[in-house]
Design a protein around this ligand. Structure first.
Ligand SMILES: [Zn+2]
Length: 100
């Protein structure tokens, strides 16, 4: 079973504890419009390449282990995170929580 969104949220809350974001270089952001469209294209292209590799038998997803990639603009690297499902997760964990 794969980790749920709460498993990811708990993982990042712990991994980024004490982290402070850099101040945004653009001070006047009132005309801010949406995200970076080229990142959507990059994500879709990357996903298609991975699917083609799977169909062609070049990738075995059972041993893949790269569950989430984070693209870093400053170095143009992709850092892979292997987030595991938290057995104590309130959403998908094994423990049953009583409602108050
Ligand atoms: Zn979970």
């Amino acid at each position: 079973m794969t980790p749920c969104v709460d498993c990811y949220a708990d993982y990042f809350a712990e991994a980024l504890k004490g982290w402070k974001p850099k101040p945004h270089p653009v001070k006047e952001r009132y005309q801010e419009i949406g995200g970076l469209s080229s990142m959507s294209l990059f994500s879709a292209s990357y996903g298609v390449i991975e699917i083609i590799k799977y169909i062609a038998g070049l990738t075995d997803f059972r041993t893949y282990g790269k569950s989430r990639g984070e693209f870093l603009f400053d170095t143009l690297d992709i850092t892979y995170l292997d987030v595991k499902r938290d057995e104590n997760c309130k959403t998908c964990g094994e423990i049953v929580y009583e409602e108050a």
